[in-house]
Design a protein around this ligand. Structure first.
Ligand code: TRP
Length: 326
C-alpha cells in the first residue's frame, strides 16, 4: 500500500517562484510515490481575511491553474477545496476538545502572524486554525505532510491531537511525519521573504515582460556599483535565483561577479532570459487550461468525491471509536 500525503495552500492569490522552489516542484515528484492530496484551504483564508472573502472563488481557480501548469496531474493526485469537505469542520469540532486553550495559544507561527498583523483582537477561529489544519491532515489519515519550517508547529499540534485521540479511544490515526523542504527559501526581489503582500514576488503566471521588468528592478549587492567592482554573490538575491533554478550557471557567474568581470545589469538580463525560458512551457500549459474552465470544475469535483469518500470513512471510524455512532 502506498503511503498517503497531504499538503496545500491558502487561496490568497497566484503562486510564485518561491512556492515553486519550496514546494510545487517536490509535489510533482511526490505524486508518483504517494497517494497525494492537495488541499486548497479556503476556510483557512477566512480565519484572517474575512473581509476579502469575495476574492477566494477566483483565487481557487488560479491556484488550480498554477498546479496544473507546473505538472501536478489530477489523474495521479487529488486536488480538493477544504470547504467542500464538511467532515473537516466536524472533525475540527471534535478535535477542539482534545487540546487545551493554553496549548493553542503557545503556537509560535500563530503568535508571529498575530504580531505581524498588528491586531489586538485575533478571533477564536484564527487562534485555533491549526486545529482545523489538523483536521485537514487527519481527515484523509495522512502519513506524511510536506511543509516548510513555519508549518512545523501546526504539524506538532496535529500529532498531539492524533496521539490524544488514539490514547483515549483506540488507534484511528497515523502519526503524520513532516517531509521538510530541503531547498533554502528563495528571497523576494528586495531580499525579504517572497510574498504577494510585500510586492516582491515573481508569479508563475507573470508575462515575459513583467518578469524582465521585475528582475531588472531587483536589489543586488548594494556595494557593487560599477561593473568592475567585485561583487558578493553570497549576499545577492539574484545569485539565489541562479542557485535555485540554474545551479550550473551559478557556478559560472560566481567567479565572474567576484572578480568584477560582470555587471549586475548584464547578470540580471541573463537571469530574466533564463527564467522566461523556464516559465515558457508553464505559461503555455496554463493558457491551454485557462481556455477550459469546465475542466477545472471537473477536476475539483473529482477531488471532492474522492476526498469525501475517505473523509466519510474517517468520521465513521472516529465515531465508532468514541462510541457516538448512533
Ligand atoms: N497553512 C498552510 C499555508 O499557509 C496551508 C494549509 C492548510 C496546509 N491546510 C494544510 C498545509 C494542511 C499542509 C497541510 O501554507
Amino acid at each position: 500500500m502506498r503511503k498517503t500525503i497531504l499538503t496545500g495552500d491558502r487561496p490568497t492569490g497566484p503562486l510564485h517562484l518561491g512556492h515553486y522552489v519550496g514546494s510545487l516542484k517536490n509535489r510533482v515528484d511526490f505524486q508518483d510515490k504517494y497517494d497525494s492530496y492537495f488541499i486548497i484551504a479556503d476556510y483557512q483564508v477566512l480565519t484572517d481575511q474575512l473581509s476579502k472573502a469575495e476574492n477566494i472563488k477566483k483565487n481557487i481557480k488560479e491556484i488550480v491553474l498554477d498546479y496544473l501548469s507546473v505538472g501536478i496531474d489530477p489523474d495521479k493526485s487529488t486536488i480538493f477545496v477544504q470547504s467542500q469537505i464538511p467532515e473537516i469542520a466536524e472533525l475540527t469540532f471534535l478535535f477542539s476538545m482534545l487540546i487545551t486553550m493554553a496549548r493553542v495559544e503557545r503556537n509560535p507561527t500563530v503568535k508571529e502572524e498575530i504580531r505581524a498583523s498588528g491586531t489586538k483582537k485575533a478571533s477564536l477561529g484564527f487562534i485555533s486554525y491549526p486545529v482545523s489544519q489538523a483536521a485537514d491532515i487527519l481527515v484523509v489519515r495522512a502519513d506524511a505532510v510536506p511543509v516548510g519550517k513555519d508549518q512545523l508547529p501546526h504539524l506538532e499540534i496535529t500529532r498531539e491531537i492524533a496521539a490524544t485521540f488514539n490514547r483515549l479511544f483506540g488507534k484511528v490515526f497515523p502519526m503524520p511525519e513532516a517531509i521538510l523542504s530541503q531547498t533554502p527559501t528563495l528571497p523576494g526581489l528586495d531580499g525579504q521573504k517572497m510574498s504577494k503582500s510585500r510586492n516582491n514576488a515573481i508569479f508563475l503566471s507573470d508575462s515575459p515582460g513583467v518578469v524582465e521588468e521585475k528582475v531588472m528592478k531587483a536589489i543586488t549587492d548594494t556595494k557593487k556599483i560599477r561593473i568592475d567592482d567585485p561583487g558578493r554573490p553570497e549576499i545577492c538575491n539574484i545569485y539565489q535565483y541562479y542557485l535555485a533554478f540554474f545551479p550550473e550557471k551559478a557556478k559560472e557567474i560566481k567567479p565572474l561577479c567576484e572578480a568584477g568581470k560582470i555587471g549586475c545589469v548584464a547578470c540580471k538580463k541573463q537571469l530574466a532570459e533564463m527564467l522566461n525560458e523556464f516559465l515558457d512551457p508553464i505559461r503555455k500549459k496554463r493558457s491551454q487550461y485557462a481556455k477550459k474552465p469546465k475542466l477545472i470544475d471537473e477536476i475539483l469535483e473529482q477531488g471532492r468525491k474522492k476526498t469525501r469518500k475517505r473523509a466519510a470513512e474517517t468520521l465513521s471510524l472516529v465515531k465508532q471509536a468514541m462510541r457516538i455512532d448512533y
